[in-house]
Design a protein around this ligand. Sequence first.
Ligand code: ZN
Length: 274
Amino acid sequence: MKLPITIILILFHLQAHAFQADIEPSEISIGDAFVVKINSAETVAPQASLNGDALHFGKCGDGCFIAIGTAGLKTQPGVHTIKFELGGKTTELPLTVKHTAFPEIKLTLDAKRVFLSPEDLKRAGIEREKLTAIFQAASGKHWDGNFIVPLKNEFSTRFGVKRIINKEKISIHEGLDIRGKEGEIITASNSGKVVLAEELFFGGNTVVIDHGLGIYTVYMHLSGFKVALNDTVSKGNVIGLVGATGRASGPHLHFGVKVGGVSANPASIFNLKL
Ligand SMILES: [Zn+2]
């Protein structure tokens, strides 16, 4: 059978636009998370990347794929391109990263708290490597709808704050501190699996939840654990109690979010419509 040339062109046109990609929000600050949704007739997950970092997609219904991405602290302001590939077709979408000014705090601390002993340095290094390895893995989608604030109190030190300690040591705050009283309950920000529940040098008693697709939430300085390694948790389940364990100057929750191994601004993840 011979098809008229116009029909062939229409079919080609439909094929070439066989998927629809949307980014929300399409303009973000440095460190913010964003969500990408793809609608397609394909049954395989799309491939996409931002500046070489892959986005990990899961199903969000019939012909719907969803991924959460971030533009980490090292991202330059400007228009970046997210590249998509699905079923042999490609498309691109712009993501605008706004210039973002993070506040600076000057701190004077006792030298003993700033310079670690060789043993402490070694321990902190091993723990950092362990966490880095955890955050590299992208399992299947466990998160279910929007992320919630794990402790509904005032936010204190925000993401990205640059702390200059004793005029020489610079530490960037890669999480969100939430005020809390010793023993207050902390809940899981979303559903997932507990992949770490142990005492760390800096974080003190720490819980890490794997929400799948490369998304992790981190809860530090707890006074007590209410979950154990490999537990499955639902959004809103109690996971621990506020404390001041590890390197904390007083009781609070340090809440962190990792997206594909990169620290994202936790305040931005609460706004994503998932
Ligand atoms: Zn903190």
